[in-house]
Write a protein that binds this ligand. Structure first.
Ligand SMILES: [Zn+2]
Length: 253
């Protein structure tokens, strides 16, 4: 592969926002992928440096001075809701709609290396937790595949879990690992395909204490296949009381 090919590959990877679905990306060596990951980390550092000197623009309307302006924050509102998916109760802070302020926030949080957006998305998640969950559960963030986490530089579900953990003094257990790189589930429209992708996608790292109450944390719930696969991975070994908490419920896709 020539250097020019490599540049093109990186370009595609960035604009796809996700290397796992990118055919070009899969043909680069581990060495090149390490270099690319380092480059992404450098871009993140440069962005933080520039943010220090240059005022932010509202990511939704372009208003000068903050990442999201008060008007757009009001537009977000707070719409706590719950739904049952098979044996799992899922609580969410918002309903997800396309081309909304929330969808832009979540997209940038996941795919644009904007990990700081946890400061915007964490508080409504905490309000939802206070509303629906009174006990002292263990938080289990939905894991990313190690390749995707390396590319992204963080796991957004872990950041949300850390936010809740610090606010409510809760334990986080990274007791599940993702062993199958399923690609971007949001691009998979059909429930049956999502369900198929999730078969044997997770394995246990370790078992939480018996009879624990567990809350699985994720960004968006759509068909619920990912959350159900995580819950089943835990249920296979012990009888936990499991529910899930997400930023948004995207029930109608
Ligand atoms: Zn705005």
């Amino acid at each position: 592969m020539t250097p020019h090919d490599f540049s093109e590959t990186v370009f595609v990877g960035i604009f796809d926002g996700d290397n796992s679905n990118c055919k070009h990306f899969s043909i680069i060596s581990d060495f090149c992928q390490d270099k690319f990951t380092t480059r992404v980390q450098n871009i993140n550092m440069i962005n933080k440096f520039l943010d220090y000197f240059l005022p932010s623009l509202c990511m939704n309307c372009g208003y000068l001075g903050c990442v999201i302006c008060p008007d757009c924050q009001n537009e977000l509102g707070f719409f706590p809701n719950s739904r049952s998916i098979e044996h799992l109760k899922v609580f969410s802070s918002f309903y997800y709609t396309k081309d909304s302020c929330l969808s832009r926030l979540v997209y940038d949080f996941k795919y644009a290396h904007q990990s700081d957006l946890v400061r915007i998305l964490g508080p409504p998640l905490a309000r939802c937790f206070e509303l629906f969950i009174n006990d002292n559960p263990i938080l289990v963030p939905v894991p990313l595949h190690k390749e995707r986490e390396k590319f992204r530089g963080y796991n957004q579900s872990e950041l949300l879990s850390q936010w809740l953990s610090e606010k409510f003094n809760l334990r986080i257990a990274k007791c599940i690992k993702r062993v199958k790189n399923t690609g971007q589930q949001a691009k998979t429209a059909h429930q049956s395909e999502r369900h198929f992708n999730m078969i044997e996608a997770f394995e246990l790292n370790y078992l939480p204490p018996k009879n624990s109450q567990i809350i699985i944390i994720d960004d968006i719930v759509t068909t619920g296949s990912t959350l159900i696969a995580c819950a089943n991975t835990l249920h296979e070994k012990s009888n936990y009381k499991i529910s899930a908490l997400t930023i948004a419920n995207r029930e109608n896709i």
